[in-house]
Design a protein around this ligand. Structure first.
Ligand code: 5CA
Length: 162
């Protein structure tokens, strides 16, 4: 029941409901702080975990959300080419400010501001995937199509092949 969720997870559950998604946030006893821990907690492959990573333009400071498969390392050069600016990983304070959530629980929706978003094409290898839901114990299950709809992101290759 959503009234048993902690406030950070409830924020995500409400964002899902407001946007018309029939996804249920679950808070688990074990840690879901990392993609590996999250995969163990729900019994799926690491690749099925959606990492919601915040980057920023080195000059503009524009926040960029990359939702990546848990088994992929993001190649910042690929994203940088598309946005025509070098980007770097954001620090914890920037993540908190731009999303309203702390690292380890950043969800793909429900942020303070709308974020320019890129989606890892490899997530389409799976019928079902799992995303963070506000804190390092909360997840929800969704489909890649739902992820695209809820983020309005662009599907690209983000994987660092090196
Ligand atoms: N709940 C899990 C599974 S959904 C989760 O949020 N995983 S995550 O990968 O999306 O978020 C953790 C990510 O935050 C790490 O992969 C790492 O890229 C990033 N991160 C961890 N520590 C820091 C830090 N100090 N500064 C910036 N980014 C960090």
């Amino acid at each position: 029941m959503s009234d048993k969720l902690s406030s950070s997870a409830r924020k995500v559950q409400e964002a899902l409901k407001d946007k018309g998604f029939d996804c249920t946030v679950t808070e688990l006893p074990g840690s879901t702080r990392t993609a590996k821990e999250a995969a163990i907690a729900v019994g799926c492959q690491v690749g099925q975990i959606v990492k919601s990573l915040i980057f920023k333009g080195k000059k503009s400071n524009t926040p960029i959300l990359v939702v990546a498969s848990g088994s992929n390392r993001v190649d910042v050069r690929k994203i940088g080419e598309i946005v025509s600016e070098s980007i770097k990983m954001a620090d914890a304070d920037f993540v908190r400010k731009e999303t309203g959530f702390a690292i380890g629980g950043v969800p793909p929706l429900g942020h303070s501001e709308r974020l320019k978003t890129f989606i890892d094409e490899d997530l389409y290898e799976f019928d079902e995937i799992w995303a963070a839901a506000g804190n390092p114990h909360a997840l929800f299950k969704l489909t890649p199509d739902e992820l695209v709809k809820m983020t309005d992101g662009q599907i690209i290759s983000v994987k660092d092949d090196n």
